[in-house]
Ligand binder design. Structure first.
Ligand SMILES: Cc1ncc(COP(=O)(O)O)c(C=O)c1O
Length: 478
């Protein structure tokens, strides 16, 4: 009997489209990346990347404090992904923990079975969080953690028609719930918002007190401990102690958003620890994922959590989403937390942050007509320029105006673009204050890195505003 002829199996599903492979993705050049970004991601955003010169860089690798581009250029990262890179890029300990987890073929999804990784991570968070901030919800973005925070707070507040308070120039994320507490007409646009929140000036205790006493339906106050999007704005200890006292007296739940300022960035694990107070609910994200994983957490005081979701009947109202507490993400965060303490990165944030502030104060003193203020805490620093829209020579004003509405009176865009082009330094900009450059370098930052940054900034500012603006305009037109 002869063997049956072997016929290739016909595909039963659709034929494979011409998908790009991982290797294809790595091999895209800057032009191809730009074309695909404009065609499929966000053509409008490309306009800003072009203004700042970001569109010419293809990052091939990233290590420690540096991006390394297609030409081997090392770009010093003082942007730090808005505070997402406490450990720098590709910290070896974090890479190793992830590699081991993969090789051991560990499980990821923690829906059916318990996860030893999520349990251990939650325990670690409870351990480092002061007071009875013991209950943890794991998610994958700051917005998701903040959504969890405002929901647990609303339920625990006991108000039937619970109202919220948020601050002027706040940023808590862009998902629909927290968008209502994010003080930006641009981001809020024409969306139908939740609409039950009052706004108060940040740091103004009498205003907060008046408001809280005026409406007993207010059940939740939501505040960033250090405002990032506002341009690195802090409030004094007396304010935070007053917030705690008022919330205790009026039985209002205080939610501290530590998504940007938490996880060691301010020189304490949580920024509120500088003030000797403990909020009822807080949230972390960004560096919590070790710079490698999308990880976020909401941490609530146990009695708040139990009031909201403490029974079998209420337990599933806001339980983890599909990827909440995903295995490799949790392992990454566990290793990140251990590394944070083993390498004393919180102490480093204090020391090097103080050094950075001192060096910037010197620069500010040298250029009093350019630099308005330097401020911050730890490695969360803002450098504010004077608005030069009125002082710029008349001849230059129309030139600047044609570039972009947002850049008109703002030096930060020009300085940022030229720092990158001429000095291989990357800095960040600020949502609501276009005159502020935001500096949130990795917490592994050294004094030498600060020196490199400050020499670059000093050299650039030494050229004077007119030269900076002319050079920038020429680069855009050329
Ligand atoms: C203070 C604060 N809260 C919430 C968020 C939202 O985080 P995500 O972008 O991860 O959703 C951010 C993001 O920048 C933030 O700075």
């Amino acid at each position: 009997m002869s063997a049956p002829a072997l016929t290739p199996a016909l595909p039963r599903g659709p034929a494979k489209p011409r998908l790009l492979s991982v290797e294809d993705a790595k091999a895209l050049d800057v032009q191809e990346m730009a074309d695909l970004f404009k065609a499929h991601i966000n053509p409008g955003q490309f306009h800003f990347m072009k203004l700042l010169g970001f569109h010419k860089v293809k990052v091939e690798r990233a290590e420690g404090m540096f991006y390394i581009d297609q030409n081997g250029r090392r770009i010093l990262d003082f942007f730090g992904g808005f505070g997402s890179l406490a450990f720098g890029h590709n910290h070896p300990r974090i890479l190793e923990a992830r590699r081991r987890f993969q090789e051991e073929k560990r499980h990821e999804i923690a829906i059916a079975f318990l996860s030893q990784y999520a349990s251990a991570l939650a325990r670690n968070l409870a351990l480092v969080s002061p007071g009875d901030l013991d209950m943890v919800f794991l998610g994958s973005s700051g917005s998701e953690a903040m959504e969890a925070a405002i929901k647990v707070a609303e339920r625990a507040s006991g108000r039937r028609n619970c109202k919220f308070v948020h601050a002027e120039n706040s940023f808590h994320g862009k998902t629909k719930g927290v968008l209502s507490l994010t003080d930006s007409t641009l981001y809020q646009g024409e969306f139908k918002l939740v609409g039950n929140s009052y706004k108060v000036p940040f740091g103004d205790l009498p205003a907060l007190e008046r408001l809280l006493r005026s409406d007993p339906e207010i059940g939740v106050v939501v505040l960033e401990t250090i405002q990032g999007g506002a341009g690195i704005v802090t409030a004094p200890t007396a304010y935070w102690q007053g917030v705690r006292r008022l919330c205790d007296e009026l039985k209002v739940v205080w939610v501290a958003d530590e998504v940007q300022c938490g996880f060691g960035r301010s020189g304490r694990f949580y920024a509120f620890e500088h003030h000797g107070v403990v909020p009822d609910v807080t949230a972390l994200a960004k560096s919590f994922g070790g710079g490698k994983a999308a990880m976020a957490a909401m941490i609530a005081r146990r009695d708040i959590y139990m009031r909201a979701y403490g029974t079998p009947k209420t337990a599933m109202i806001h339980a983890h989403a599909t990827f909440g507490g995903i295995g490799e993400g949790c392992v990454t965060s566990i290793e990140a937390m251990n590394t944070l303490y083993d390498e004393d990165l919180i102490g480093n944030s204090q020391d090097v942050g103080t050094y950075l502030l001192e060096r910037l104060q010197e620069i500010a003193a040298r250029y009093p007509t350019i630099v308005k203020e330097v401020r911050g805490q730890g490695l969360m620093v803002g450098l504010e320029f004077h608005d030069f829209s009125r002082t710029l020579p008349l001849a230059l004003r129309p030139m600047v105006a044609i570039l972009d509405e947002k850049l008109k009176g703002s030096l930060s865009g020009f300085v940022g673009a030229l720092l990158l082009r001429d000095h291989d330094v990357l800095v960040a900009f600020t949502e609501y204050n276009r005159n502020v450059i935001r500096l949130e370098p990795p917490l592994i930052c050294t004094r030498e890195n600060v020196d490199q940054f400050c020499v670059a900034l000093d050299t650039l500012l030494g050229r004077g505003i007119v030269s900076i603006v002319k050079d920038f305009v020429k680069s855009q037109l050329g």
